[in-house]
Design a protein around this ligand. Structure first.
Ligand SMILES: Cc1cc2nc3c(=O)[nH]c(=O)nc-3n(C[C@H](O)[C@H](O)[C@H](O)COP(=O)(O)OP(=O)(O)OC[C@H]3O[C@@H](n4cnc5c(N)ncnc54)[C@H](O)[C@@H]3O)c2cc1C
Length: 311
């Protein structure tokens, strides 16, 4: 097995989900290739050895369809890579599907366990919006795995990184049909997908003006902020904070839900969080059934007290 990991950075820092993907790859084969869409400095490339990168593929192109066909696929073929690993993020869902189609590699989403490579590739993945787990056997020597967050702890290595260039196959017959119209890069101190702790709030907060206390709590906890769908639909919070079936799916270590009822569509995006804390004034709120810790109370009383206690 030759393994390639697609990496993501935030402000030149390798994201935790990418570090976990590298550890996962090293468990399969210690000769790990890595690539990133972002241009990164030599210093940062060299530092990737401590996260488990053996060979870094220097990339100068966007991951649009044309470049995938011209550069990424020929490179994967040239280096005989047969296992491609993605940390689960929105930006990689398009790329993983297109590579699966073009290379004819089986694609497994929501991978939830370390893979065993025997005659077949055996692993577990979450299905039905995280409500069940499937045992998967892949009858193929190749695969693309999209990893759930926190299924493995990132480890440190002592590797020196070898740098290689992408193969560039300039073939005019390649498709130019798909054009990327708009790409929005989210930046910030704590991105939702990477956050270890997430403070999320719903319609129980009554209006956007009341999010100050949520932001304050998140800041003290070094947490990301999220919200329910009606909240982002109403424009109280930006759409990229919406979690659930139709929004982001996240798996932080701690998910704190304030004034959110716990509808099934919301749970679909957060039920793989390690610890769920629910704050709601209705003791019958469905979210309590899924909570590890619950506080029955008015958010406007509880959150300021919570903040004071943490201070
Ligand atoms: C096809 C489809 C897809 C959907 N996708 C998503 C999705 O991806 N994500 C999502 O979130 N929803 C989604 N929904 C909507 C979902 O069904 C719920 O309507 C939504 O999650 C409810 O949001 P909420 O909990 O913020 O609001 P509400 O249901 O109005 O709940 C507010 C909660 O706040 C509590 N509350 C009120 N005041 C206070 C207070 N002062 N202190 C403490 N608690 C208080 C109430 O007891 C209540 O439990 C989807 C729905 C459909 C049909």
């Amino acid at each position: 097995m030759s393994v390639l990991v697609f990496l993501e950075f935030n402000n030149n820092e390798l994201k935790e989900t990418s570090k976990q993907a590298l550890t996962y790859a090293n468990d399969i084969n210690e000769n790990v290739y890595a690539i990133s869409e972002l241009k990164i400095s030599n210093d940062v490339v060299e530092s990737l050895g401590k996260f488990g990168v053996s060979i870094f593929l220097i990339n100068t192109v966007d991951f649009n369809e044309n470049n995938i066909l011209k550069c990424i696929i020929p490179t994967i073929e040239e280096f005989k890579i047969n296992c491609i690993i993605f940390p689960k993020t929105n930006s990689f869902s398009y790329l993983s599907s297109i590579l699966s189609t073009k290379l004819n590699f089986p694609l497994i989403n929501n991978v939830n366990s370390v893979a065993r490579f025997e005659n077949k590739i055996c692993l577990k993945s979450t299905i039905f919006s995280g409500k069940a787990e499937a045992d998967i056997e892949i009858d193929s020597n190749s695969c693309i795995l999209v990893l759930n967050k926190n299924i493995i702890n990132s480890t440190s290595y002592k590797k020196s990184v070898i740098i290689k260039n992408l193969i560039n196959k300039n073939d005019n017959s390649l498709s130019n049909n798909v054009v990327s119209l708009k790409k929005e890069k989210l930046e910030g101190d704590i991105l939702l997908n990477d956050a270890d702790i997430v403070v999320s709030a719903g319609r129980g907060l009554k209006g956007p003006e009341n999010w100050k206390m949520i932001e304050k709590l998140a800041k003290i906890l070094n947490a990301g902020t999220a919200c329910s769908k009606p909240v982002s639909d109403a424009g109280w919070r930006p759409h990229h904070e919406h979690v659930g079936q139709t929004g982001l799916k996240i798996s932080p270590n701690i998910y704190i839900a304030v004034g959110i009822s716990g509808a099934i569509q919301h749970l679909a995006g957060v039920n793989s969080s390690k610890i769920i804390v629910v704050i709601n004034n209705d003791p019958e709120a469905p979210f309590f059934k899924h909570a590890d810790y619950g506080i029955i109370g008015d958010a406007f009383d509880v959150i300021p007290k919570f903040i004071d206690a943490l201070k």
